[in-house]
Design a binder for this molecule. Structure first.
Ligand code: SDX
Length: 433
């Protein structure tokens, strides 16, 4: 893993602040010729810091894991285009690629899959955490609590030097998060008992089998969900991945760092969007809102936000949305749900938005959440479980980002600020205020 200082540097920048003498800044050039000005010594040299609310112009790290070209709308995991991985690989195969950097040969893949499936069982004592939650509690609250709770049953993950345990710790998290998701699914459905994994089934089929009351999973549904997991597996330094890296930079263990990432994903501007889209479509359908065209007019008047549209990075179509759009049509046709009323509203919203300059001029295209929500709804997945399943898919990415943070052995994340509060003042006794 090259440290920032080892990455090719070619550009040079000179910064002159007021009457200070010019300061030279090194330019780090990435694989795809992105230029990053290295400001690690800026404050020491100039007393100035950079200010970038939301970090939209700030790189927190160098990374070998995922690359997005926002203008071209391309996404690659460890150099492989997402379209090729979606066509040729499984979710766990892709998880191995993200975590270890290479696509595994068959023997390595079989070993990895076995290690994960050998670690899917969750201690009944841990699952009792769910009994403390009302069934209608947020599934994301249950997921973050349970992932943190894993530390109580696997104290080895708390050891500071993580390397010797990493492979099995990562496999435990990947394996157990599927059983936890199924247990949460059943708890919210008031299903009795805790799920028991079947290592003889593939990862995604067994997660769905443990979740669904009748235990029946058809191959098409399992294939569609495996693709959804794969497409969600990582996405550079998004809000939840950055949270995972931030927490991991304090040398907090993998489970705690990913539990924090679950909380970041929860937000409706991030992973919570897939559920919010469904709620939005349902409100339009139930007449609680208005018809699609009037809804779009309301969005343009800034009365509503069109969930599932727009992206912090992509200024073109999200390539994952393109893949899922085709998948949505196939799944819904296969399930004879193409007449689904919400799907019709979604397609109308997309049609109107893509033809309207308000959206086009702001680069507001459908994102991954727009279609993943429609597919999961077609599978009868409850809306409030959508983001839990997003978290299952994103787990390999968080694990890879956490590992890279620890491998880079960088400093603890500690952003600066520009203070704008009151100047120094002194306390006077309450009676004199
Ligand atoms: C994910 O970072 C990642 O990679 C995330 C993710 C991942 O895989 O990890 O890709 C997953 O989070 C996808 C995004 C899911 N979120 C949603 O679908 C929620 C709806 N989208 C918006 O909230 C919004 O688009 C964001 C939050 C996603 C991005 O917002 P930005 O980049 O901060 O854009 P902005 O708020 O500065 O908006 C720019 C303009 C504004 O209008 P003007 O002030 O220029 O007039 O676009 C408008 C905004 O009002 N706008 C929208 C809109 N999103 C932006 N208007 C209506 N509907 C929207 N969805």
């Amino acid at each position: 893993m090259p440290a920032a200082s080892d990455v090719a540097t070619s550009a040079k920048a000179t910064l002159t602040i007021n009457d200070q003498s010019p300061v030279a800044l090194e330019g780090l050039v990435g694989t795809e010729n992105e230029l990053g000005l290295d400001v690690t010594a800026l404050r020491a040299k100039t007393k100035a810091i950079t200010l970038d609310p939301g970090y939209r112009n700030t790189g927190s790290c160098t990374s070998d894991i995922t690359f997005i070209n926002p203008e071209a709308g391309t996404l690659r995991y460890r150099g492989y285009p997402i379209e090729e991985l979606a066509e040729h690989c499984s979710f766990l195969e892709t998880a191995y690629l993200l975590i270890y950097g290479e696509l595994p040969d068959q023997k390595t893949l079989d070993t990895f899959v076995s290690l994960v499936s050998d670690n899917t069982a969750v201690n009944d004592g841990l699952l009792k955490i769910l009994d403390g939650f009302p069934p209608d509690a947020s599934p994301m609250a249950m997921l973050s609590a349970c992932i943190n709770g894993l530390c109580g049953y696997h104290p080895e993950v708390l050891q500071v030097e993580y390397e010797e345990h990493f492979d099995v710790t990562a496999a435990k998290l990947l394996g157990k998060v599927s059983t936890l998701a199924a247990a949460i699914y059943r708890h919210r459905n008031h299903e009795p008992g805790h799920p028991t994994p079947r290592p003889d089934l593939d990862y995604t089929t067994d997660l769905l089998r443990m979740s669904f009351a009748d235990g029946h999973v058809d191959k098409g549904t399992a294939k569609a969900m495996d693709l959804i997991f794969l497409l969600h597996a990582d996405h550079e330094q998004n809000c939840s991945a950055s949270t995972c890296r931030m927490v991991g930079s304090s040398h907090a263990n993998l489970f705690a760092s990913c539990a924090a990432a679950v909380c970041a994903l929860w937000g409706p501007l991030h992973g919570g969007a897939n559920a919010e889209i469904m709620n939005q479509l349902q409100r339009i359908h139930d007449g609680q809102s208005i018809d699609p065209d009037s809804f779009i007019a309301g969005v343009k008047e800034k009365k509503y936000r069109l969930f599932g549209f727009g992206h912090p990075v992509y200024k073109n179509y999200d390539p994952r949305a393109r893949i899922l759009k085709a998948q949505a049509d196939a799944v819904l046709t296969g399930m004879d749900r193409q007449d689904d009323p919400l799907l019709k509203i979604a397609k109308r919203l997309e049609e109107v938005a893509l033809a309207d300059d308000y959206f086009v001029s702001r680069n507001l295209y459908p994102n991954v959440d727009f279609y993943s929500g429609l597919i999961m709804r077609a599978m009868n997945v409850p809306t409030d479980m959508f983001t839990v399943l997003f978290a299952v898919g994103r787990m390999p990415g968080w694990i890879a980002q956490w590992k890279e943070t620890r491998d880079q052995a960088g400093k603890i994340y500690r952003p600066r600020q520009i203070y704008t509060g009151p100047a120094e003042r002194h306390v006077v006794p309450a009676g004199e205020r």
